[in-house]
Design a protein around this ligand. Structure first.
Ligand SMILES: Cc1cc2nc3c(=O)[nH]c(=O)nc-3n(C[C@H](O)[C@H](O)[C@H](O)COP(=O)(O)OP(=O)(O)OC[C@H]3O[C@@H](n4cnc5c(N)ncnc54)[C@H](O)[C@@H]3O)c2cc1C
Length: 294
């Protein structure tokens, strides 16, 4: 079989390279970092996670994402194997140590006899003599390649739009009211709980939404909103600007622990909603808030 060229050593390109190589193909994986960076990646590691280090639910029996994880495991996924080896406590979610995870993927690909890794930008459409090509350059495809794809497809609608969850400083949380406990008490035995449970009464909730709307914002780099403005915005702060009733508690963030199993009951008697914030998965990367909203 002719060599397969894979452009982009992110999550998709790394998995594709691994699978093709495991099936006996010769693979050249082209990754532009560190020769050329992106506005969000911070290392030269393959499969670097940008922003959240959570792969969401790992519950194969009750959740579609968890089921997909399980299918990938059974198919021999390098991404899942590396994630499992570097997982962090996160209740029923699969969250990873981003550096250990990326290092494991990088090592596995570097050590594979069928894979060679070329560091450098593919600055346009692939050469004619690359007969098998996978383009896996993700949302931050370099300008030169993106422009070539635009020209080829005569499509000016290529766009990337990012949203971010607000980050709350731990010192600002009142632990006389809030408590640590994982959703449904899932997690490792003896674990204190990976989530900060923040119950609200209505007044407190409205104050929280107002504080999010008024909070200091991270300036969005150009890469976070390339292309035309989206028709709807999905970020929590953006939605919050439309009013407390619009945001509600975000799906999956509602306090779901039955009251009689709380390890630390909240002081409020009229809890209307709440947030659960994972203490391991908050991003250390300055992700962005969309520029095109309200
Ligand atoms: C700021 C930001 C925040 C995000 N937050 C989240 C999040 O919280 N949760 C989530 O699930 N997803 C998030 N995403 C989306 C995230 O990028 C994808 O989930 C995931 O990384 C996509 O994998 P990928 O392999 O397609 O792209 P990437 O992981 O981005 O990999 C693409 C790779 O291609 C390389 N590349 C680009 N152009 C070229 C070129 N011309 N030649 C050679 N190499 C090239 C890049 O350097 C990169 O390593 C975020 C993305 C961004 C940009």
């Amino acid at each position: 079989m002719n060599t397969i060229h894979i452009i982009g050593g992110g999550l998709a390109g790394s998995e594709a390279a691994w699978r093709a190589a495991e099936n006996g193909a010769r693979v050249v994986l082209h990754e532009m970092r560190p020769v050329r960076g992106t506005d969000a990646h911070q290392t030269d590691g393959l499969a670097e996670l940008v922003c959240s280090n959570s792969f969401r639910s790992d519950d194969a029996e009750n959740n579609a994402v968890g089921l997909l994880h399980e299918e990938m495991r059974r198919a021999g996924s390098l991404i899942l194997r590396s994630a499992d080896a570097h997982r962090l406590p996160a209740g029923g979610a699969l969250a990873v140590d981003r550096h250990g995870f990326s290092a494991a993927v990088t090592r596995a690909l570097e050590d594979h006899p069928n894979i060679s890794i070329e560091r450098g930008e593919v600055a346009g459409l692939p050469p004619e003599d690359w007969t098998n090509v996978v383009v896996a350059t993700g949302p931050l495809t370099s300008d030169a390649l993106a422009q070539s794809i635009r020209t080829l497809t005569q499509d000016d609608g290529l766009a990337f739009f990012d949203a971010i969850a607000p980050i709350a400083h731990k010192e600002s949380i009142n632990f006389d009211i809030c408590w640590m406990q994982s959703r449904y008490d899932k997690g490792e035995p003896g674990e204190e709980g990976a989530y900060v449970n923040c119950p609200f009464d209505e007044a407190g909730y409205r104050a929280f939404v107002a504080a999010v709307v008024a909070a200091e914002k991270v300036a969005a780099p150009e890469a976070a909103h390339s292309g035309p403005p989206p028709t709807s915005a999905t970020s929590y702060p953006a939605t919050a600007r439309r009013g407390a009733a619009t945001v509600g508690p975000p799906p999956g963030h509602i306090v779901t622990t039955p009251p009689n199993t709380r390890t630390k009951p909240p002081n409020q008697s009229h809890q209307t909603s709440g947030l659960m914030v994972n203490r391991y998965t908050a991003s250390s990367v300055p992700c962005t808030e969309p520029a095109y909203t309200m």
